[in-house]
Design a protein around this ligand. Structure first.
Ligand SMILES: Cc1ncc(COP(=O)(O)O)c(C=O)c1O
Length: 407
């Protein structure tokens, strides 16, 4: 068996199941889960129709690079959304959701032979802390060591790239950026991109920019994308940069498994080679549904409006009792557990379930302890994916819970 498998950490939802194993949820309330970050708004009918209308291609194998029409849909979208002109033949590639792509990319990029077998030389993958756990698993299975960079409320959840020592950057082969961030909702500004590009140039590492929440935002301006930042800074070849995007949240189709990557043509070539062997081709009906989805913005605007309305109603309620504010983007509230309760984030989640039948995810499950401190501790993540009325009811119960424990 691959010994690296034993280095994988249990997934947050497994830990949650264990945490709740001996908790009886309050039977007098119907269950509401804010635990899982899975979109629950309806899938637009035209996407389902496109899927059903294109089953003809099932008799042949699809190409890993995808149909030219699909790749053109990606570059057209990049042009509309970011004002970028990418070559559909060499600078984009379909993926079966961004999760598998974020994982597979580390297997493509990491050169573990550089470590000469010594753990102190092992290649490093830098990622934010808290973070999406796939980055860590991808690093470990590629034979790299993750280095976790804090993103804390003191800096408005900006990832503290300056805290990474030079000795770490020297061994870094891959950096994961998550902007908009899960769970913090923070968007990385141009100045931070500039810093990261300069470091990448100096140390030769690749940047994987995870942008799957880019279309759900609460400010006037849509979030800056990694490729857009590179273009603005005169780096239009996107050297050592790959952006990962997805239809799952944008178009409410997490079950479709559809996204794409875009950026450095050399990285795309290597990734295509890897994926050809890995078997990462997208089925033809999914390709057709994806073309329909990427070509339409109206449903995206409507989806965003639903989230905006929901966050506008729920956030002020919770802000009465918790350290929480409207994020830049994404569909999470990343809230502080009031110190006055004397409860850890895990105890808070247990008590809330036991007394009010609401599920939230303890923040410490989404982060790693570094130098004695876990940046997710004393916070909880709440995914506002259910209907507004359900999210509001959950928020009211949380307010009651906190108020009843504070007196
Ligand atoms: C930060 C982040 N990246 C990537 C993904 C993967 O999404 P998908 O594979 O559906 O594109 C998720 C899913 O929750 C996520 O939270």
């Amino acid at each position: 068996m691959n010994p690296l498998l034993s280095r994988l950490q249990p997934y947050p939802f497994e830990r949650l199941k264990q945490l709740f194993a001996d908790v009886t949820p309050a039977p007098n309330y119907r269950p509401i889960s804010l635990g899982i970050g899975e979109p629950r708004h309806a899938t637009p009918q035209f996407i389902k129709d496109a899927l059903c209308a294109h089953t003809d291609g099932l008799a042949s194998y699809p190409a890993t690079a995808g149909e030219p029409r699909l790749r053109a849909a990606f570059t057209d979208w990049l042009a509309r959304r970011y004002g970028l002109q990418l070559d559909p033949a060499t600078q984009v590639l379909p993926v079966n959701g961004s999760r598998e792509a974020l994982f597979a990319f580390a297997q493509t990029v990491i050169d573990a032979s550089k470590s000469k077998g010594l753990p102190e030389d092992a290649p490093i993958v830098v990622c934010p802390n808290p973070f999406y756990q796939i980055y860590e698993g991808a690093a470990l299975l590629a034979g790299a060591t993750p280095h976790y960079v804090p993103s804390l409320p003191e800096r408005n959840f900006a990832v503290d790239w300056d805290s990474v020592p030079e000795s770490v950057w020297r061994r870094t082969q891959l950096v994961y950026v998550c902007s908009p961030g899960n769970p913090t909702g923070a968007v990385m500004p141009l100045t931070e991109w500039e810093k990261l590009f300069a470091l990448s140039e100096r140390h030769g590492f690749v940047i994987a920019s995870d942008e799957c929440y880019s279309e759900i935002y609460f400010q006037g301006e849509p979030p800056l994308g990694g490729l857009q930042a590179a273009e603005r800074l005169g780096r239009s070849s996107f050297k050592n940069l790959m952006a990962f995007t997805s239809l799952s949240k944008r178009s409410n189709v997490p079950g479709l498994r559809s996204g794409f990557v875009a950026g450095d043509a050399e990285l795309i070539r290597a990734f295509l080679l890897y994926r050809t062997y890995h078997g990462g081709a997208m089925g033809p009906a999914v390709q057709a549904a994806s073309i329909a989805a990427w070509s339409d913005e109206q449903h995206v605007a409507e989806n965003r409006a639903l989230y905006r309305q929901k966050f506008a109603e729920v956030t002020p309620l919770l802000a009465q009792v918790m350290d929480v504010r409207l994020p830049d983007a994404g569909f999470y509230l990343w809230a502080g557990v009031p110190a006055a309760l004397g409860l850890s984030d895990t105890a808070f989640a247990r008590e809330l379930l036991a007394q009010y039948n609401v599920t939230v995810l303890p923040g410490s499950y989404l982060a790693r302890e570094v130098a004695g401190s876990n940046p997710g501790a004393q916070r909880v993540r709440m995914a506002l994916v259910a209907e507004t009325s359900e999210c509001l009811e959950a928020a009211q119960r949380i307010v009651q819970f906190i108020q009843s424990h504070s007196t």
